[in-house]
Write a new protein. Structure first.
Ligand SMILES: NC(=O)c1ccc[n+]([C@@H]2O[C@H](COP(=O)([O-])OP(=O)(O)OC[C@H]3O[C@@H](n4cnc5c(N)ncnc54)[C@H](OP(=O)(O)O)[C@@H]3O)[C@@H](O)[C@H]2O)c1
Length: 255
């Protein structure tokens, strides 16, 4: 296999959670451009979405599923439905995520529970259910969307930081068990990316200025910045990469 053809995803099926917008949409479009058919999942995804149109205009198939990741039974039902529909994912992008901002002293239990469920527990359940089939087939790629808060504590987002710290450990835990079974588990840790998730920071002039001053590249990231990294980790080009957390942050973590 030549180096360039090792990035080819033709004939592969990728399940992308949180595919409707933001980073997940950018990843879904990049995987489609590299040749993969996309099974998109999000809380409110409907047939005919913008991401569906982008993927199909690249000549790839797009199949939408709706699922609320804060509901454990719904995540189990999604896994069962994918199986019943004959979906055999080669690639799983665990990207759907939520964030709740409030100082720790006032951070309510239900916010904590929701963020941990959506960002960590649902990701484990889906990876376990889909990963089982990958193990049986002897191949697969699972990519989590981690965060700078996988490494740092953040400010006023204790549940989010805890969930993303957990994602870093889950990446390594699954890699330790499944690397020898042909399944690569890795994560991408985005820096500060201009999406709905960071709207509150973008709208706060002080936070926005201090964030920008620390990014060596001097700009916020965009969903397009994930095209190369996600195709790399989803393709045979990364077959000997396991348990890695790839930061895509314009240099933030180096400072
Ligand atoms: N933006 C950043 O700077 C940044 C930095 C580090 C990490 N991340 C991580 O990157 C991932 C994507 O974030 P983003 O910035 O692209 O955020 P976004 O624009 O807010 O998009 C989040 C996506 O996740 C889906 N989602 C949220 N809650 C869900 C739930 N309960 N059930 C099912 N789907 C749900 C949304 O579905 P709907 O569209 O249907 O609502 C949406 O498609 C997240 O894991 C986030 O934590 C982002």
């Amino acid at each position: 296999m030549s180096v360039l053809s090792s990035f080819d995803l033709s004939g592969k099926t990728a399940v992308v959670t949180g595919a409707k917008r933001g980073i997940g949409r950018g990843m879904a479009e990049a995987l489609a451009e590299a040749g993969a058919d996309i099974v998109g999942v999000s809380a409110s995804l409907q047939p005919g979405s913008d991401v569906e149109q982008a993927v199909t205009s690249l000549g790839r198939k797009f199949t939408p599923y709706q699922c609320d990741f804060s509901d454990r039974a719904a995540v189990q039902a999604l896994a069962a439905q994918l199986d019943a529909d004959g979906v055999k994912p080669d690639i799983l992008i665990n990207n759907a995520g939520t964030i709740k901002r409030k100082p720790a002293a006032e951070h309510p239990d239900d916010w904590w529970d929701e963020v941990i469920e959506v960002n960590l527990s649902a990701q484990f359940v889906l990876s376990r259910e889909i990963g089982r089939g990958m193990i049986e087939r002897g191949s697969g790629k699972i990519i989590f969307t981690a965060s700078l808060l996988t490494f740092q504590g953040g400010i006023t987002v204790p549940g989010y930081a805890a969930s993303k710290g957990g994602i870093g450990q889950l990446t390594k835990a699954l890699a330790n068990e499944w690397a020898g079974k042909g399944v690569n588990i890795n994560a991408i840790a985005p820096g500060y990316i201009a999406t709905d998730n960071t709207q509150a920071l973008q709208d706060d002039p002080d936070r926005s200025k201090s964030i920008l001053e620390r990014i060596p590249q001097g700009r916020w990231g965009t969903p397009k910045d994930f095209a190369g990294p996600v195709v790399f980790l989803a393709s045979p080009a990364s077959d000997y990469v396991n348990g890695e957390i790839l930061t895509v942050d314009g240099g933030w973590m180096g400072r």
